[in-house]
Design a protein around this ligand. Structure first.
Ligand code: RIB
Ligand code: CA
Length: 318
């Protein structure tokens, strides 16, 4: 499967990229960067650091949006560390970004492989919105979008009802959800049930590869942050779930094709993905006809994380 990732790398982004690299099902055509967990250029460098460790420096990395479409930038370094990699300050990659903007990379790859590319954004949707603006035909050029973001019925993680990737650039998210392409929304409803646990860290310790050693160092900060909020030793692997779903490697238990819109006005609901669930309960009165978004409601998160951790443990650094 041809995929283009778009990441605000970030600790769970780094795990997601490592997982994608470890999956023979995935042909990673390129990785874009976007601001979010950290600045866009730092996110790109973090991606390059990971590719270096994994021996996969052939994957092109394109620098993307430094700011949201209309709002001021902001970051989540309290979750991911000042360097975005858990304050590990890993050695510089020594590698360079491709020189193409991440939005242009998306457009180019979509044109090169019409109908074949799945976009997998696991950060804010700014680059996708920019790409749509530059190439309005983009929806007919790609296979679809599998995004990590939003929440249907789960509580938000940056506000009462908003998830960070949508809240961080709601105008961009609104443009992306409104475009005529098939979207799979992988939100907090399923990612908060996909937890990395102590036993998984043990599996990586046993594997003891350059990649698992790197990830163990990086994940520690994030693990501590989430463990404090969960009240148990665990952290959510948001972004890996989107990659797994894009690759068809997640056991899906409930999903619905439903209309989704995004709240872009300020207030307690800003950044909410409003999932219209009325067709589920009153199908005679409300229809989901024309809806473009498959909303993931339930997966086997435990089985998925076991599989994801194992794939990474088995990855042979090239
Ligand atoms: O809300 C979780 C999302 O926000 C993840 O993609 C995480 O990496 C951050 O971008
Ligand atoms: Ca992310």
């Amino acid at each position: 499967m041809k995929i283009v990732l778009d990441c605000d790398t970030g600790i769970d982004d780094a795990v997601a990229i490592a997982y994608a690299l470890a999956c023979p099902e995935a042909e990673i055509l390129g990785i874009g960067s976007v601001l979010g967990n950290v600045e866009s250029d730092l996110a790109a460098e973090n991606t390059l650091k990971l590719l270096k460790v994994a021996g996969r420096t052939e994957v092109p990395v394109a620098l993307g949006a430094h700011r949201p479409l209309v709002r001021p930038p902001g970051y989540a370094k309290f979750v991911h560390g000042e360097d975005g990699l858990g304050n590990t300050y890993m050695p510089p990659s020594g590698l360079s970004v491709s020189g193409e903007h991440a939005a242009d990379q998306i457009i180019r790859l979509a044109r090169q492989h019409p109908g074949e590319v799945t976009l997998v954004p696991v950060g804010r949707l700014t680059n996708l919105a920019l790409a749509l603006h530059k190439e309005p035909q983009l929806p007919s050029l790609v296979k679809g979008v599998v995004l990590m973001g939003g929440a249907a019925t789960a509580p938000g993680n940056v506000g009462p009802v908003a998830e960070a990737n949508i809240w961080g650039d709601p105008e961009a998210a609104s443009v992306v959800f409104a475009a005529p392409w098939p979207i799979t929304m992988v939100g907090l409803d399923v990612t908060m049930a996909s937890l990395l646990l102590e036993k998984h860290l043990e599996c990586w310790r046993e594997a003891d590869t350059p990649l698992t050693r790197w990830l163990l160092a990086v994940v520690d900060f994030y693990f501590e942050y989430y463990s404090a909020s969960f009240g148990r030793r665990a952290c959510a692997m948001h972004d890996s779930v989107a990659v797994g779903i894009a690759l068809g490697l997640v056991m899906e238990q409930e999903s619905h094709l439903l209309p989704v819109s995004v709240v872009t006005h300020d207030g307690p609901a800003m950044g909410q993905t409003v999932v219209d669930r009325r067709p589920l309960v009153t199908p005679g009165r409300y229809s989901a006809e024309g809806a473009n978004t498959r909303v993931m409601m339930k997966i086997d998160g435990e089985a998925f994380i076991d599989h994801m951790v194992e794939r990474i443990a088995l990855y042979q650094v090239r």
